[in-house]
Design a protein around this ligand. Structure first.
Ligand code: 13P
Length: 256
C-alpha cells in the first residue's frame, strides 16, 4: 500500500492563502515519488478553488474535507452533506477528529452516521481515534481504542458496505495534537499493531490493507522514524501542513 500523507488545515488560512500553499505543494510534487499519496483537507470555503487549481495544474495532489453532516439532505441549517462534497471532487473526509469529539460533542453514534454518509457518497472516510492524557495515564489507552473501533466496525451497515475496504483509520493521541509533543514512534506503533489486530476481527479479508495513519505533532524532524514502523502507513499532519515546504519534507520522509 502507498504511504498516505494528509494535511489537515483545520480552521486556518483564507482561500487566497490556501491557493498559494496548493500551488507550492503541486510544484514540489512534480519531483516526488509517486508511491506516496498526498492529500490536503482545507476548510470547506477553499474546496472549489483548490480543486480547480489542482485540476488546472494536472497535479496528483488529492483533496478532502474536514467534516460532513450526519444527514444526507434537508432542513439542517449550516450543514454540508457528503453528497455535496462528492460533487466538488472531494475524495476523502476526516471524520471524528478529537476536536470535533471534544469541542462539538460528537459521539461515536454521530461518527458512525457520518462514516455511512461518506461511504454512501463514494468518499473515503478517515476515521480519527485516540486517547486523552488522563486516559493514557490511567492505563486506558487500548480500552479506549477498542471501544472507538468497535463503535465503527460493529455497525452492520458499515461492515457490509461495498466500500468498507476503503476506510482509513488515524490514530491521534489527543495529548500529542498541537502540543509539539509527539508520541514516541514505539508508543504509536504499539497502538497501531493493536488497531490492526482489532481490524482483523471485523474485516478478516482486507484488514492488512487498511491504512492506519499517525497524527499528533508530526514534523519534518520526526516523520521518518514514524514511517519506519511497519504498521504506520502515513501521517495526519496539522500545523506542519500549513507550510508547503515542511509538508513536502514530511512526504519525502515516506520514501521507501
Ligand atoms: P498537529 O500536527 O498540529 O499536532 O495536529 C494534528 C492533527 O490534529 C491532525 O488532524
Amino acid at each position: 500500500m502507498n504511504f498516505l500523507i494528509v494535511g489537515n488545515w483545520k480552521m486556518n488560512t483564507i482561500p487566497s492563502e490556501g491557493l498559494r500553499i496548493v500551488d507550492k505543494i503541486c510544484l514540489h510534487m512534480k519531483s516526488l515519488d509517486i508511491s506516496v499519496d498526498i492529500l490536503i483537507c482545507p476548510p470547506f470555503t477553499h474546496l472549489v478553488v483548490c480543486s480547480e487549481l489542482i485540476r488546472h495544474l494536472k497535479s496528483p495532489l488529492r483533496i478532502g474535507a474536514q467534516n460532513c453532516s450526519s444527514e444526507s439532505y434537508g432542513a439542517f441549517t449550516g450543514e454540508i452533506s457528503a453528497q455535496m462534497l462528492r460533487d466538488l471532487d472531494v475524495e476523502y473526509i476526516i471524520i471524528g477528529h478529537s476536536e470535533r469529539r471534544t469541542i462539538f460533542n460528537e459521539t461515536n453514534d454521530t461518527i458512525v452516521k457520518k462514516c455511512i454518509q461518506a461511504l454512501d457518497a463514494g468518499i473515503i472516510p478517515i476515521v480519527c481515534i485516540g486517547e486523552s492524557l488522563q486516559q493514557r495515564d490511567e492505563g486506558q489507552t487500548l480500552a479506549i481504542i477498542k471501544s472507538q473501533i468497535h463503535a465503527i466496525c460493529s455497525n452492520e451497515i458499515i461492515v457490509h458496505h461495498e466500500f468498507a475496504h476503503a476506510i482509513i483509520f488515524a490514530y491521534e493521541p489527543i495529548w500529542a495534537i498541537g502540543t509539539g509533543i509527539a508520541a514516541k514512534p514505539e508508543q504509536a506503533e504499539e497502538v497501531h499493531i493493536y488497531i490492526r489486530t482489532l481490524l482483523q476481527e471485523y474485516f478478516p479479508e482486507f484488514y492488512l490493507t487498511i491504512p492506519i495513519l499517525y497524527g499528533g505533532s508530526v514534523n519534518e524532524a520526526n516523520a521518518k522514524e514514524f514511517f519506519s514502523k511497519k504498521d504506520i502507513n502515513g501521517a495526519l499532519v496539522g500545523g506542519a501542513s500549513l507550510k508547503a515546504e515542511s509538508f513536502i519534507e514530511i512526504a519525502k520522509a515516506a520514501y521507501r
